[in-house]
Design a binder for this molecule. Structure first.
Ligand code: THU
Length: 134
């Protein structure tokens, strides 16, 4: 599974986006150390503030299937030209799964012309996570 394959998986996931309010379909694909991939897409709600982001849906799917670590890379795609970066809440949600497995995943923020590659620790420095709790 190359980075391009991961980006294609994230784009494919947007086919199931439920985003009638924003018309902003976001896709996410998580790649794990064993090669497995879990995708997500944004799910909105008539109560607008309850929207679930693509990355949060993907992490929830993975954790509900028992995955607790090994997160190596995350692709995020959106409909705009600019590379899309995970929102603050999604950074925290991604950090939980990453810290559980002791990884610092590469985040592929995908735009129409370029892919911005950044580590999660750069997007969320000095993160609060499971290791922070005593
Ligand atoms: N959205 C995501 O799915 N991920 C992000 O990181 C940013 C925003 C979604 C939420 C909402 O459904 C739509 O994009 C517009 O904000």
């Amino acid at each position: 599974m190359t980075d391009d394959d991961l980006i294609a998986a994230a784009r494919k996931a947007t086919e199931n986006s439920y985003s009638p309010y924003s018309n902003f379909a976001v896709g996410s694909a998580l790649r794990f150390a064993d090669g497995s991939v879990v995708t997500g897409t944004n799910i909105e709600n008539a109560s607008y503030g309850l929207a679930l982001c693509a990355e949060t849906v993907a992490v929830s799917k993975a954790m509900a299937d028992g995955i607790r670590g090994g997160l190596e890379a995350v692709a995020v795609t959106g409909p705009g030209d600019e590379p899309i970066t995970p929102c603050g809440r999604c950074r925290q949600v991604l950090n939980e799964l990453a810290q559980l497995g002791g990884t610092d995943p590469l985040i592929l923020c995908v735009g129409s012309q370029e892919v911005h590659r950044v580590k999660l620790s750069e997007l969320l420095p000095q993160a609060f996570g499971p290791a922070s709790l005593v």
